[in-house]
Design a protein around this ligand. Structure first.
Ligand code: TA6
Length: 296
């Protein structure tokens, strides 16, 4: 790690502001030339670069107003509800709540982490009160030689079990959606969200990955712990590892459907998630779901 008197461009942590004075944390791991930017609004990762190249797509339509609308792009956190499956706002309140920065640390192995917090005690935070549970959520973002890890830990602070669904809604940047091939979903059944969540059989394994050639909105069941995406134009391989607590994984691109973001051609959403088998956390216990992203 850089010495404490290293130039500002090499210091691991910098808290600054983005558009409309929204607070954000820039975190660097100089030995691997990685940087990540996390807004406190939604604890939203909006950019992750290796040697200056960003791997996340961010919409040009973002208004950067922390008022009930999620930042589109990067990694919105869906918690404690994925999609419309429940009584809360679409994808839950985590992505439209202001999170605290609890800690920034250089770990023993030289990796760097930032920890964000949101709890039911924060009565002033958007949407939190709509969920009748006592909880503490910690979101840890880590940069190491291996890549970017995001980890959500949810502790039940109340007297009754908590049940929730969650996802890391990754918007990966691609040169063009049809240049991308997704690997890992071979042999997995999926729920087709475009057909009322109809369960579909696993598709034939062509050996050359899954091509998105039409509007696609799927929840893959029992998705493997490792997924990957290859971009034919940039020759980039993106690897995703997820914990078994995130048993599902989605695949989404609106492919120009009505209402699609004008930038739809340049992202593919692959979202490690627990949706079909919601997490249950007993009083005093902690649930942890994490993903590790790497690029080659
Ligand atoms: O995970 C994919 C999805 O659930 C899609 O159905 C699509 O609606 C998307 O998330 C974006 O949701 P949002 O609420 O951010 O517009």
């Amino acid at each position: 790690m850089p010495p404490i008197d290293a130039p500002p461009s090499e210091q691991p942590f910098e808290i600054t502001v983005g558009p409309n004075d929204m607070p954000k944390l820039n975190m660097r791991h100089p030995p691997s030339a990685q940087e990540v930017c996390v807004f406190t609004y939604g604890a939203a990762v909006t950019s992750w670069t290796t040697r200056g190249e960003d791997h996340f797509w961010l919409s040009d339509t973002n208004k950067w107003e922390p008022k009930g609308k999620a930042i589109r792009g990067g990694i919105p956190i869906c918690f404690p509800q994925f999609g419309p499956y429940g009584d809360l706002v679409q994808h839950g309140f985590a992505r439209v709540s202001e999170w605290d920065i609890n800690n920034c640390m250089v770990n023993e192995d030289g990796s760097v982490s930032a920890v964000f917090g949101l709890s039911s005690e924060m009565k002033d935070r958007e949407g939190v009160q709509a969920w009748p549970y006592q909880f503490e959520a910690e979101y840890t973002v880590t940069l190491s030689y291996v890549g970017l890890e995001t980890k959500l830990a949810v502790t039940n602070k109340g007297q009754e079990p908590i049940k929730f669904t969650a996802a890391f809604h990754n918007y990966f940047k691609v040169t063009k959606v049809d240049n991308a091939r997704v690997f890992g979903y071979e042999g997995c059944k999926f729920l087709n969200r475009l057909e009322g969540d109809k369960e579909m059989p696993a598709e034939e394994d062509t050996g050359s990955g899954l091509l998105i050639a039409q509007e696609t909105d799927r929840i893959y069941l029992n998705a493997p712990e490792e997924l990957a995406m290859f971009d034919f134009a940039s020759l980039k391989v993106l690897k995703i590892k997820k914990t078994p607590t995130l048993g599902d994984a989605t695949l989404w691109n609106p492919f120009g459907a009505e209402g699609a973001d004008p930038g739809w051609e340049n992202f593919v959403c692959i979202e490690p998630a627990c949706i079909t088998n919601p997490a249950t956390v007993q009083p005093g216990e902690t649930w942890v779901g994490a993903q590790l992203l790497g690029v080659e």
